[in-house]
Ligand binder design. Structure first.
Ligand code: SAM
Length: 280
């Protein structure tokens, strides 16, 4: 452990399924700190019992983190060290802990990462999509209108996109991805990573829907969605079918509206379609 007059806040990653991914360093730190702040103490108790770690636990979840963080900061000021863990993976990655880490920084308390698993990095590493640049979008909004709005704002994003999704929203989410990105965009469903039913399914968005619906038990489990980025604007090809959809709509609708709707159907940039309409 590092020497410090105040305690140290350790941010410790834990397994996302397979307990063998628990690192020796995580074990050492969790065994030696004064307190472990955990998202769900009952859940984490199983992990700690498995490794024989008896350090006291304090719950810190999204509903109490603003109240609990100042109390933990006080303890850090007295020289105690604290480890933050979440239910799975790396804390703060779509998980609580932001308030605690931010306050620790503002109070000059050292914050030390103990790296380990994170579902999105694991998914990216096997997706076979470009990883030199990517964006992590975490969970999409639960409500369809907000989700579609977010996805439309991302439709021309050229970097690989990564989302977390719950199993009961997976099909709705894929339907909205198709509406915003077009059905031919490549996606990867990284399911139950590191667990018994681990599956990495890579296909067009419409085939992924087929894959999930032909055997509905495939919809169960934890998923990361990795989606191919849009081609750069100057490389986007407009197919004959894209043009047909756009011209049909433009017969009935003003150019701006036709371009927007055709873009949602085909996945082609609305600016490209708009330009096409101007050249007609
Ligand atoms: N902090 C975690 C991390 O570092 O990945 C993420 C926590 S977030 C609340 C939970 C989401 O992560 C799940 O809904 C799922 O999208 C993803 N996830 C977690 N474990 C997973 C696994 N074993 N396989 C696939 N996705 C997983």
């Amino acid at each position: 452990m590092k020497f410090s007059a105040t305690g140290i806040l350790y941010v410790v990653a834990t397994p996302i399924g397979n307990l063998q991914d628990f690192t020796p360093r995580a074990n050492t730190i969790l065994s030696s700190v004064h307190l472990i702040a955990a998202e769900d103490t009952r859940h984490s108790r199983h992990l700690l019992d498995y490794f024989g770690i008896t350090t006291p636990l304090q719950s810190l979840h999204e509903h109490n983190e603003r109240e609990i963080s100042p109390l933990l900061i006080q303890r850090l000021h007295t020289g105690e060290s604290i480890a933050l863990i979440s239910d799975a993976g790396t804390p703060l990655i779509s998980d609580p802990g932001f308030w605690l880490v931010q306050t620790a920084h503002s109070e000059n308390i050292p914050v030390v990462p103990i790296p380990g698993p994170s579902a999105f990095v694991s998914a990216l590493s096997v997706a076979g999509l470009p990883t030199d640049r990517f964006i992590f979008e975490g969970f999409l909004p639960a409500k369809t209108t907000a989700r579609l709005q977010r996805l439309h704002s991302l439709a021309q994003e050229t970097r690989t996109l990564v989302f977390y999704e719950t199993p009961h929203r997976l099909l709705d989410c894929l339907a909205d991805l198709i509406a915003a990105f077009g059905q031919e965009r490549i996606g990867v469903l990284a399911k139950e990573l590191t667990k018994v039913f681990e599956t990495v399914q890579r296909d067009t968005l419409s085939n992924l829907v087929l894959w999930l619906t032909t055997q509905p038990e495939r919809q169960k489990g934890e998923f990361v969605l990795v989606i191919q980025g849009a081609p750069p604007l100057d490389k986007q090809a407009i197919t004959a079918e894209d043009k047909r959809v756009f011209y049909l709509l433009n017969q009935e609708l003003p150019l701006k509206q036709a371009a927007k709707l055709a873009s949602a159907i085909t996945g082609v940039s609305k600016n490209l379609l708009y330009d096409l309409g101007l050249k007609k």
